[in-house]
Design a protein around this ligand. Structure first.
Ligand SMILES: [Zn+2]
Length: 109
């Protein structure tokens, strides 16, 4: 991989992995919304509603609605094991923060 191309244009960069288990998974390098924090690779997993989810959960309205989402800081792709490139000087002191968003109860009828 040519590192210069990767960091030349966009501030955000993505790891498109052939090992991802279908849809709902993305791995991207981006700057944190918190100004003090270093940018990091974020693995984001989203669970979208299927038809059987709609039958079981009346808070959901349509197929494709997000049920939950988890974002996790990583240094390697957990699917293929590839180390993820970090620009010089931007290596975070630590990583491993995560957030879980549960949207299954947000909507009411
Ligand atoms: Zn990968």
């Amino acid at each position: 991989m040519k590192q210069n191309d990767m960091w030349g244009a966009a501030a955000e960069s993505k790891h498109e992995c052939p090992q991802f288990p279908g849809t709902g998974v993305s791995l991207s390098f981006r700057h944190s919304k918190l100004p003090q924090e270093s940018p990091a690779w974020h693995l984001e997993i989203q669970r979208e509603a299927t038809e059987s989810d709609l039958e079981e959960n009346h808070h959901l309205e349509a197929v494709g609605d997000m049920i939950w989402s988890t974002v996790l800081e990583v240094s390697h792709c957990p699917y293929c094991g590839q180390g993820l490139p970090i620009p010089p000087g931007e290596r975070p002191a630590d990583f491993g923060r995560f957030a879980h968003i549960d949207a299954s109860g947000w909507r009411s009828r």
